[in-house]
Ligand binder design. Structure first.
Ligand code: UDP
Ligand code: MN
Length: 353
């Protein structure tokens, strides 16, 4: 009986054990199942984080690609520019020369103006700077500036006739400026470059502002080139007007004396040096009305309006400005010593002589 009683209890224990075992398994499974949920959620969060990071990185890649494109483009442009310029710098003699004529007169800002101009011009290849002093004789200070430019140069002088040189405080101070000096330069070119047919002549006053690109433009002139001039004749810019159909000059926007044959400023044109030789009498004149210097000279070269070659991107770019240096107000003591060039201290001489 005992045996059978014991044997009857056995299955119950086994059942309990089995039930316990499965319950444990179930719990284990359940807890694993809960764990999986958590894992899934954290994995999903990680994926979302990575997606966001991917977006950020993709944007950075795009920015870098754009930047690299920009850099490559700049590099290419610089290479082209360098390739263009290198032979010119190595051998500027291949370029047609520019005869740059500068009349200049004695005044407190003369040294400052000429220093600035010398430093603009010294970077221009194959330029002959013809400086003509409105003076009885050459001055040492100007000789030093002209030499320091390192350019080929002519240093000349031509005194303006006294009846043409009225005092600046005189209300009649309306006589043309630089006439005798430009004519002196023309005859110097005709004598010293007699056989030269390649090159252009340009009249560049000492107080204007010149962009280097102006010089690139003028070298290709066949007869006479024209372009806009900034801040002149009461206008922001005076410019020839160019036909969009055939690219020729069809008019001018100048408001001051628009009926002049060529209503343009001295800084607005350059002519081929061969014309200077072909028309040996073409020059500037004291005998013509105010504002007619440019026209007198261009008519003297037998030029017609329709022969003008528009430069500076069909006269849409401005590479020269008719800036004017203010006349400084000096006290009478300094003014007198400057006029007489007497009793100036060393440092004063260095400022103005
Ligand atoms: N100039 C000259 N003698 C004079 C007055 C001017 O040689 O009595 C020169 C001046 O140095 C300049 C050019 O002629 O290079 C034109 O003169 P300015 O700049 O005074 O004329 P504006 O600016 O009125 O055209
Ligand atoms: Mn001027």
């Amino acid at each position: 009986m005992l045996g059978s009683g014991q044997s009857a209890k056995m299955p119950t224990k086994i059942v309990i054990a089995v039930v316990l075992f499965f319950s444990c398994q179930l719990l284990l499974f359940w807890s694993n199942f809960e764990d999986l949920d958590e894992k899934k959620a954290s994995l999903e969060a990680a994926v979302a984080r990575l997606e966001r990071r991917k977006d950020v990185l993709r944007k950075q890649i795009m920015d870098l690609e754009r930047e690299s494109f920009r850099i490559n483009k700049t590099l290419l442009r610089s290479e082209i520019l360098l390739k263009d310029r290198l032979p010119l710098l190595k051998n500027p003699r291949n370029l047609s020369p520019i005869f740059f004529v500068t009349p200049t007169h004695y005044r407190p800002a003369q040294k400052a103006d000429l220093t600035r101009l010398a430093q603009t011009l010294k970077a221009v290849p194959n330029l002959v700077w013809i400086v003509v002093e409105d003076a009885e004789k050459l001055s040492e200070g100007i000789a030093a500036i002209v030499k320091s430019s390192g350019l080929q140069y002519g240093h000349l002088h031509a005194l303006t006739p006294t009846n043409m040189k009225l005092n600046e405080s005189d209300p009649n101070w309306k006589v043309p400026r630089g006439v005798a000096q430009r004519n002196q330069a023309l005859s110097w070119i005709r004598t010293n470059f007699a056989g030269t047919v390649r090159g252009v002549v340009y009249f560049g006053d000492d107080d204007n502002t010149y962009d280097w690109r102006l010089f690139d433009e003028m070298r290709s002139i066949e007869k006479a080139g024209v372009w806009p001039v900034g801040i002149v004749g009461g206008q922001l810019v005076e410019t020839p007007m160019v036909s969009t159909t055939n690219g020729s000059v069809v008019g001018f926007n100048a408001r001051w004396k628009p009926n002049r044959p060529f209503p343009i400023d001295m800084a607005a044109f350059a002519v081929n040096v061969s014309l200077i030789h072909s028309y040996p009498n073409a020059q500037f004149s004291y005998e013509v009305p105010r504002g007619y210097q440019e026209s007198t000279f261009l008519v003297g070269l037998d030029l017609q309006r329709n022969e003008l070659e528009p430069k500076a991107a069909n006269c849409t770019e401005v590479y020269v400005w008719h800036t004017r240096t203010e006349h400084p107000k000096l006290n009478s003591f300094d003014r007198r010593r400057f006029q007489l060039r007497e009793n100036l201290t060393d440092v004063e001489r260095r400022a103005v002589l």
